[in-house]
Design a binder for this molecule. Sequence first.
Ligand SMILES: [Zn+2]
Ligand SMILES: [Zn+2]
Length: 438
Amino acid sequence: MQAADHTSPTSSWQREWRRGQVRARPRTRHKYAIKHQCSYCSKSSDSALPCCPICKSVRYCNKECQKADYAARHKQDCAEFADPPFTTDFLTVPIENQKYPRNPIIGQDHEEGVGVWVSIRTSQNCELQLLANPKRFTKDSKAKLPGDPGITREDLAKYKAHASNLLTLQVLVQNRRKDGEKALVFGAQSRVISYGNTMDELMRGKTSVLVESVTDFKIEQDTYAVIPVARDPWDKKPRLFIKNFNGTELHANDPLPPAVKNADRGIVELAQGEYVILQMQYRVGDGVTIAKDMQALHLLQALTIPVVQPLPESAPEERLAHLLDIEFTREQRQEDADPLGIRVAFDQDVIQEYFRDYVDHGERAYIASHYGPKGLELWEMRVQEMERKGRAKLEELIQAGGNVPGLIAYMRSAGMNDEAFLLENALRDSEQRMLLPS
Ligand SMILES: [Zn+2]
Ligand SMILES: [Zn+2]
């Protein structure tokens, strides 16, 4: 299947182009280079090259190159799931001037011919994601998320909706079964599992509503927390979307391929060679002690995702419906029960290395090594713009006679850390200016 062509005149990148503000498009250039370069002899071709039909992670100019590579190296790599299929939605190698890949693999495993790769999806400040955007709420007290009946202040507090608490992972599942059987993936039934005896840390700062969704199991003396895909409190759906099916990036309102059995719950049927990329969120953080991606990942040891072999087409409808309804967590409350599904252990060394610049040298150093010089330039422009907005907001508040320290305290308690930080800085600046002789 070819990648969808999104070049309608209204597409956002074309509008950017017209405004003369085109940003570097390293992903697009990388995609071109990879599709046109032989994985064996490294020669480039004008046309896109055919790929290995089993794994889609390598490309060849011709049968000779394919055969030579297969004998020398690829036979083993393909069978051992050495590399995920190539797609720019799952960039596992650094590109251009960047030191780190956009989507580092923090865990990989395979079972009975089905492979799972787990990658992080971070924001530039490495903060966990929010359930609801606070700016929408302050702008309009009747703010709505798509399909919402409406959000109340009570809801926002109950769900800590403004706090950085959602860990966002990208999970790629590929069927490389040699017997040609299909595989059925249950995205919304995936879980992340903590290290032993981290429950107290995980529960700190969470409201009772949030605690309910977490289950646990015991192995010997250790208790492990099992955290499901977060549910959106307003539409009750799992915080999940199918980002890419077999090389085609899926956008909202795009027609779904027939392989997608249930988009809300991330149930996807994979034929041989096919893969899916799911983006899912897990409520690991609390916005205070666990507010950054690395803090959340530090507490987690693995992700599980159920993948089953679907019943034959001739199976009665009810049986198939029953299969789709299987509740994989029921047994997990029992002591000594192993979590079901493919279990992908996280590599803490990879995680630590990925965030090292942020931890050791701060956000600026992290942006430089992860987004390159162009990314750093854009980041600096954005920081200046945010500081300007912070000052404007402060002036507005002072003129309206608002309680600025009170608002900062509210923002902190609601998890609006960036906004609070900017306002605090603007306040400190203005106080310093007043102390200086004019
Ligand atoms: Zn070649
Ligand atoms: Zn292969």
